[in-house]
Design a protein around this ligand. Structure first.
Ligand code: SAM
Length: 201
């Protein structure tokens, strides 16, 4: 099964533990504490849109992309109910460009970590850089391989795997051990990695 097929099947069956119904606190902290001023933002693998909607409510002009039509339909419904403008599009980010580039800020929660091969993770990092303004920022939230796996949870990656994929294109501003926003009593551990596009790549 491809990554796309796997996610589609999970949205169809409702097996979507990551979909907590609100924006992730890591996004909120980074945007408000750095701070990252409002700009054109891209949410890759936006799922049902809670992070996109938070960004749109907080001064960003947001495009959200995903490969799952079901997730995108839900995202559009949530944005409409919340009366916030978000542009949701079906785009496979490994294969196709997203209209509206360049963006000032890219966010992904659980898209980068979905790819098992180094080649795909590097391609995703390359594509993020290609969609960003010079010195644009990318915040990724990634399952953390330092957590012993007990039961279901996000794909897990090591700090080294993140660095190896992103470093050719990005300067790493911070790479922190964190947890995902979660409805579970023990939220899964995450890496929170904020990067800036290199001037020359
Ligand atoms: C773990 S889910 C997270 C969804 C959302 N970011 C959230 O936090 O609720 C990962 C998402 O990435 C999407 N995805 C996977 N591969 C993708 C690709 N190549 N292009 C765009 N989206 C992709 C999946 O369909 C899924 O919605």
């Amino acid at each position: 099964m491809t990554v796309e097929e796997e996610y589609r099947a999970r949205y169809q069956s409702g097996d979507i533990l990551w979909d907590v119904g609100r924006a992730d606190y890591n996004l909120i902290e980074v945007v408000t504490q750095k701070p990252i001023p409002g700009c054109k933002a891209l949410d890759i693998g936006c799922g049902t849109g809670d992070n996109s909607i938070w960004l749109a409510r907080n001064g960003f002009e947001v495009t959200g992309t995903d490969t799952s039509e079901m997730a995108l339909a839900k995202a559009a419904e949530k944005a409409s109910n919340a009366h916030v403008p978000c542009d949701f599009r079906r785009v496979d980010f490994l294969k196709n460009a997203v209209e509206g580039a360049p963006f000032g800020f890219v966010f992904d929660r659980g898209c980068f970590h979905s790819f098992v091969s180094e080649k795909d993770r590097r391609r995703l990092a390359h594509n993020v850089a290609a969609h960003l303004l010079d010195a644009g920022l990318w915040l990724t939230l990634v399952g953390n391989a330092d957590e012993p796996r007990r039961g279901p949870g996000p794909p897990q990656r090591t700090a080294g795997q993140i660095v190896s994929a992103v470093e050719p294109y990005f300067e790493i501003l911070s790479l922190q051990s964190s947890t995902f926003e979660s409805n579970r009593p023990n939220p899964p551990r995450a890496w929170r990695c904020l990067m800036q596009k290199r001037q020359v790549i």
